[in-house]
Unconditional design. Structure first.
Length: 287
């Protein structure tokens, strides 16, 4: 058991070192990374497509990288916005890590990009443990998922800088209790902002983009009570060095470490296959 815990800590420490490096590199070029986490089917892709389209209409240079276990469906959808999009197929890995992300960004990310949106693998457990060098971490939940979602996934919601509720156009139909949801979020992450959105109905259009731009321009970002210091993330100086531009070491173990009942399990860790999706050539995006 001690060896498993030590290995988990080493993996996370190395990830933190890579995230620290990536954050500094992006900041130096004027780019802020926005990490989007949610369960599958939350409406994350639909909302992001609208925000990317809005950014392009405003002349704001943005890009998006989307990660999935299989298919390029999300990249094809996001490319309709007309902004640079890249698909990473993780081949079974349930999350992105900072080192593999840095490798995929190298040589692809346009130099003038102000905001880089990362659509993480649909999963509220594993991705919550990995800092990607983000300036803003956003957790999304649809009205169909239940008001107790924050209580079931305390690490994901507890480390969020912003919480977004999606599909509000059907809130009445599914008897979504907004007051109860907000109370549960507040219990886990006191003071975090909760915004309401509907990709279909238009509620909250531009809110995610505005919050991301504010973070990029240096506006104060919410600091969760469950900070990374008290959770499991270490300063870069305490971690292993990051081999920039390379994928991470395979066959490691990881897991949630803060709350009882959240699981720890091994995962295969491939570097992931990448596809750049050109809005004009989406039909030929597969390799």
């Amino acid at each position: 058991m001690c060896r498993v815990v030590d290995l988990q800590q080493a993996v996370l420490a190395k990830n933190d070192a890579c995230a620290h490096t990536l954050r500094e590199d992006l900041a130096a070029r004027g780019t802020a990374l926005v990490n989007l986490l949610s369960s599958p089917g939350s409406g994350k892709t639909a909302l992001l497509e609208r925000e990317l389209t809005l950014a392009r209409s405003r002349g704001i240079p943005v890009a998006a990288l989307t990660a999935d276990l299989a298919t390029e469906n999300d990249a094809v959808r996001l490319a309709r916005s007309g902004v640079p999009v890249k698909q990473v197929l993780t081949d079974g890995l349930c999350h992105l890590e900072a080192e593999m992300l840095g490798g995929h960004l190298h040589g692809w990310l346009p130099a003038d990009t102000r905001l880089l949106f990362i659509e993480n693998v649909g999963n509220l457990v594993c991705p919550a443990s990995y800092d990607l060098g983000e300036a803003l971490r956003v957790v999304l939940a649809s009205v169909t998922e239940g008001e107790d979602k924050p209580l079931k996934y305390p690490t994901a919601f507890g480390l969020a800088h912003l919480v977004v509720v999606t599909k509000t156009d059907i809130a009445d139909a599914v008897s979504f209790d907004e007051k109860e949801f907000r109370a549960n979020v507040e219990q886990i992450n006191p003071g975090v902002e909760v915004v309401l959105t509907s990709a279909r109905g238009g509620e909250g259009d531009g809110l995610l983009l505005d919050r991301a731009l504010a973070a990029r321009d240096g506006a104060p970002v919410h600091i969760p009570v469950m900070t990374r210091k008290s959770h499991h993330v270490h300063d870069a100086e305490d971690g292993q060095p990051c081999d920039e531009g390379h994928t991470h070491t395979p066959d490691h173990s990881h897991g949630e470490h803060t709350h009882a009942g959240e699981h720890t399990h091994p995962h295969r860790a491939p570097g992931g296959r990448a596809h750049t999706t050109d809005p004009d050539t989406v039909a030929s995006s597969r390799s």
